[in-house]
Write a protein that binds this ligand. Structure first.
Ligand code: ADP
Ligand code: MG
Length: 142
């Protein structure tokens, strides 16, 4: 499925819709260059789960857990990961196998340890379509 958005609000709303529909144990991978909107999408997703506290990129902690919503949200940003073994140390397996929903920014950096069953969200710019244009491709894998 391909969705085109033309503002951060639209990407937020798409995330919110998916957050409203999320089921326990789901894993979403978010890929796309820096500044494409992975965190904006995640903020909408969190809202859709009923999380009211602010969500930002957990760049220095790898994972941030939000417990106040309909389901726990495990928000990963693995941009600064040096080695996939670091993921083991933060308990990646337990999160991914757990009943919460995992959202992983920069998931391509840990492709070898991603579960096969996941929802891939890819965000791309196309400057010919304008600065705020994003093409968002959502694909069910596994
Ligand atoms: P990432 O997490 O992918 O590095 P962010 O979500 O932190 O990116 O930032 C995306 C930036 O792009 C924000 O400054 C946002 O306002 C801007 N932006 C402009 N247009 C869009 C759009 N259509 N969707 C999402 N973000 C957009
Ligand atoms: Mg981000």
């Amino acid at each position: 499925m391909v969705i085109e958005t033309r503002s951060p609000e639209e990407t937020f709303r798409l995330g919110r819709k998916l957050g409203e529909a999320a089921r326990p144990g789901q894993v979403f991978t978010l890929t796309g260059d820096l500044g494409t909107g992975k965190t904006v999408f995640t903020q909408g997703f969190a809202k859709g789960l009923g999380i009211e506290e602010p969500v930002n990129s957990p760049t220095f902690t790898i994972v941030q857990v939000y417990d106040e919503g309909r389901l726990p949200l495990y928000h990963f940003d693995v941009y600064r990961i040096g080695d996939v073994e670091e993921m083991e140390e933060v308990g990646f397996e337990d999160y991914v196998m757990g009943d919460g929903v995992s959202l992983i920014e920069w998931a391509e950096l840990i492709s070898e340890i991603l579960p096969e069953k996941r929802t891939a969200v890819r965000i791309e710019k196309d400057l010919e379509q304008g600065f705020d244009y994003r093409r968002i491709t959502i694909e069910e894998l596994g």
